[in-house]
Design a protein around this ligand. Structure first.
Ligand code: NAP
Length: 318
């Protein structure tokens, strides 16, 4: 039975949702995922500058809430710095909240939001879209029965290509190269059977900016070394790879988790459906009165910032 017919059958009306922060990810992923999911009805947006055709648009979340669209939920696609105040306004208004990754600018902010959502009886969902890549769950299942010997993460992409003009990303609270790098950390904290701990970190911050364009992390998991190299200035081929050496051979996740290679098996590839899966999960969480926030990837980034040796790099210009 389709989601639409089962929703009709159960006499459920769609979840009336507002989208906040109409930028790249809202347009690339959230709008198509919402349009294709009959469990949701997008009824309004809140963004300082952007609006969408044929939809009420407001300059901020307070205006959107005050306009009375019969909202049930909001999905926040703004940069992480500033998201706490927006999410807090939504929770105070009794709305369910879905958060883009990373869920907030700091651990104390996300922990406060979780506390507030529980007290208000609303769902809070801190999404990690890369965990929805098709190779991730099969990788987790395969690794659960093996001894992990070593893990290598290489996440190298071109900031100018994927984040054109997004000055916030190199500002304080913008995460810099950890904005994509946290996706790799969201995958390894999901697929490895043991907790991941940071031992050492180094990062390069361009002169005049506050967040890094390159970082290296030395971590461990269950005694195995886990090394990560993040680079935001990679031109040419782009790399989003994770390799895990085990006692039964090497597992490789390529292209951000969409390709899985296991020893002695044919490469597995499946269509990418990360955002449809996130919205399906959000609908399930709301229906069952639950929340889902895992701060493990954010904690690793926070730890990296705590202990990192910092180098100043050349000034960065778009
Ligand atoms: P973006 O293109 O800059 O869009 C964010 C939008 O939020 C802006 O267009 C802006 O619209 C609004 N906004 C509100 N407060 C802002 C502020 N203080 N500074 C800048 N913009 C502000 O960024 P994005 O790439 O969509 O990323 C947004 C979030 O999605 C980030 O957490 C990122 O990690 C995550 N994400 C991005 C991608 C990607 O491929 N880009 C992929 C997955 C997840 P107004 O000017 O109209 O307010």
């Amino acid at each position: 039975m389709s989601a639409e017919s089962s929703a009709r059958e159960a006499g459920l009306r769609p979840i009336r949702i507002g989208l906040v922060g109409i930028g790249k990810i809202a347009r690339d992923q959230h709008l198509p995922a919402l349009a294709a999911d009959p469990r949701f009805e997008l009824v309004a947006t809140a963004s300082r500058n952007a609006t969408l055709p044929d939809l009420p648009g407001h300059g901020d979340i307070a205006e959107m809430i005050a306009a009375g669209h019969g909202l049930d939920a909001v999905s926040l696609c703004t940069p992480p710095a500033g998201r706490w105040a927006i999410a807090r306004a939504a929770i105070d208004a009794g709305l369910h909240v879905m958060l883009e990754k990373p869920p907030a600018a700091t651990l104390s902010e996300i922990e406060d939001l979780v506390r507030r959502a529980h007290a208000a009886g609303v769902t809070i969902f801190g999404t990690w879209h890369s965990r929805e890549a098709p190779g991730v769950e099969p990788a987790r299942a395969w690794l659960a029965e093996r001894r992990i010997l070593a893990v290598r993460i290489a996440w190298r992409e071109d900031i100018r290509r994927w984040h054109p003009g997004q000055d916030w990303i190199l500002a304080s609270g913008g995460f810099g190269v950890f904005d994509p790098g946290i996706n790799a950390l969201s995958i390894v904290t999901r697929i490895l059977p043991e907790a991941v701990l940071i031992e050492a970190a180094s990062m390069t911050v361009p002169a005049g900016r506050q967040s890094p364009v390159a970082a290296e992390l030395a971590m461990t998991s269950g005694g195995a070394p886990v090394e990560a190299r993040f680079d935001f200035l990679q031109t040419g081929p782009q790399t989003w790879d994770i390799e895990v050496d085990t006692d039964k051979g090497t597992l490789a996740l390529a292209l951000g988790g969409s390709v899985l290679r296991l020893p002695g098996e044919e490469e597995r590839k499946a269509p990418e459906r990360e955002y449809p899966r996130l919205y399906a999960r959000f609908a399930e969480l709301i229906a069952s009165g639950q929340s889902d926030v895992d701060v493990a990837p954010l904690r690793l980034v926070a730890d990296a910032f705590l202990i990192a040796e910092r180098r100043e790099g050349p000034a960065f210009d778009w």
